[in-house]
Design a binder for this molecule. Structure first.
Ligand SMILES: Cc1ncc(C[n+]2csc(CCOP(=O)(O)OP(=O)(O)O)c2C)c(N)n1
Ligand SMILES: [Mg+2]
Length: 405
């Protein structure tokens, strides 16, 4: 079922990789069977059988695409490890949540979406900001609190945004961004052009937020109004200091739509699987079928935040086993080697280059400056005239209008 729908999507989106001009770089098709589970997807036309649970599917790609995504994922990983060090060295302070382990999600998602598809997510947002077009230098400058940073030094690690590529940011309040994502999907539908695939609103949250009441309110409205909302749970197996089994009565987050909204569970450690999953979802929601749930099965290597060593509620063996068997960067390297498109030597060299680039970006970011005092007020109040003057009273009563004055 999913295979059929994805094949159709692939055709319509014209994603079948073609042979490129480089001698060794023909396309290759990789088997993705076992990487998906589906829930309540529509039946194939003319049939009423239950959709198959473990579809066998495949993905076609080429060297250029895999080298590009590897570079991006390695950059995210190196940036996060640099943050870890800079935090310990007290260059970065306050909240800081790292994304190492989850790189295939940000990268794979963007291989299927465009910057016109609005995206909103959690405080664990460094990777999303990078794939939406920001630089390592600006992201690190933001974490240092410098005015050269992505949010002019006023947001920090949790509040990266990028207006020009429709990334509506990292949100600090667990689950609060989910209804905003439905609002972004509403805007996409409102602005849709007749006969064209709609842009979608992607609203991301962690497993720890999956049982928030507001999620269902947003899902219900999305379904009733036929909004192109993609509800994406990055299930990294843990919330803050606790596991999904201890915090959630139902851990099949892709089934949360019950009979109303379908869902897909996808291997979130595999770039190609994530890409295929989002191609399908974009086609499904963008063509007017309403919302869909996605659960990405992933893992975070670091603790929840920098103040969490991450080893009190899980053990080092478990982390080591994931690194060993499911690491998203190693998975892409293996694809490259399997297709005969690269070798250990080239991949080691790439890693060296990226380490150097990120180190240089960090050094440059350190040269930044703190925001001016007046910046405290800019972008805070919008009076609708473009002047954004701060009113004398924001919350206080107008005394002249008060009875008895
Ligand atoms: C409404 C609310 N409650 C509690 C918190 C504190 N808090 C921050 S992150 C977090 C856990 C979230 O875990 P999850 O959704 O799985 O995301 P992950 O950090 O694993 O990416 C909690 C309880 C918060 N920020 N907001
Ligand atoms: Mg989690």
């Amino acid at each position: 079922m999913l295979r059929t729908l994805i094949t159709k999507t692939a055709k319509r989106c014209n994603i079948t990789a073609t042979t490129t001009t480089r001698s060794f770089s023909s396309s290759h098709t990789f088997d993705l069977s076992g990487k998906f589970e589906v829930h309540n997807l529509p039946f194939e036309e003319g049939t009423t059988e239950v959709p198959c649970e473990s579809p066998e599917i495949s993905a076609t790609t080429d060297r250029e695409e895999l080298m590009h995504c590897l570079r991006e994922m390695m950059t995210i990983r190196r940036m996060e490890l640099t943050c870890d060090k800079l935090y310990k060295d007290k260059f970065i302070r306050g909240f800081c949540h790292l994304y190492d382990g989850q790189e295939a999600i940000a990268t794979g998602m963007m291989a299927a979406l465009t910057n016109e598809d609005a995206l909103i997510g959690t405080y664990r947002c460094h990777g999303h900001q990078l794939v939406r077009g920001d630089t390592v230098e600006a992201i690190l400058a933001e974490m240092f609190g410098f005015s050269q940073g992505s949010s002019k030094g006023k947001g920090g690690s949790m509040h990266l945004y990028r207006k020009d590529t429709n990334f509506f940011g990292g949100a600090g309040i667990v689950g609060a961004q989910v209804p905003l994502g439905a609002g972004l999907a509403f805007a996409a539908k409102y602005n849709a052009k007749e006969g064209e695939l709609m842009n979608v609103g992607v609203t991301m949250y962690g497993d720890g937020a999956a049982n928030q009441g507001q999620n269902w309110e947003a899902a219900n409205m999305s379904k009733l109004w036929g909004l192109p909302t993609i509800f994406v749970c990055e299930n990294n197996q843990y919330g803050m200091g606790t596991s999904i089994e201890r915090s959630s009565a139902i851990t099949n987050y892709y089934k949360q739509g019950g009979v109303a909204i379908p869902g897909i569970k996808c291997d979130g450690m595999d770039y190609l699987a994530v890409r295929e999953c989002f191609k399908y979802c974009k086609e499904y929601s963008g063509s007017g079928n309403g919302p869909i749930y996605v659960e990405l099965n992933t893992y975070r290597y670091h603790g929840h935040s920098m103040s969490d060593p991450g080893t009190t509620y899980r053990n080092r063996d478990e982390i080591g086993a994931v690194r060993e068997s499911r690491d998203p960067i190693e998975t892409v390297k293996n694809y490259l080697i399997e297709a005969g498109w690269s070798d250990e030597k080239e991949l080691k060299q790439l890693q060296k280059t990226i380490t150097k680039e990120v180190n240089q970006a960090a050094e440059k970011a350190k040269q930044g400056t703190l925001p001016e005092m007046q910046e405290l007020h800019t972008d805070i109040y919008d009076d609708g005239t473009g002047k954004s003057e701060i009113p004398k009273f924001v919350r206080m009563p107008v005394y002249e209008h008060s009875v008895g004055v």
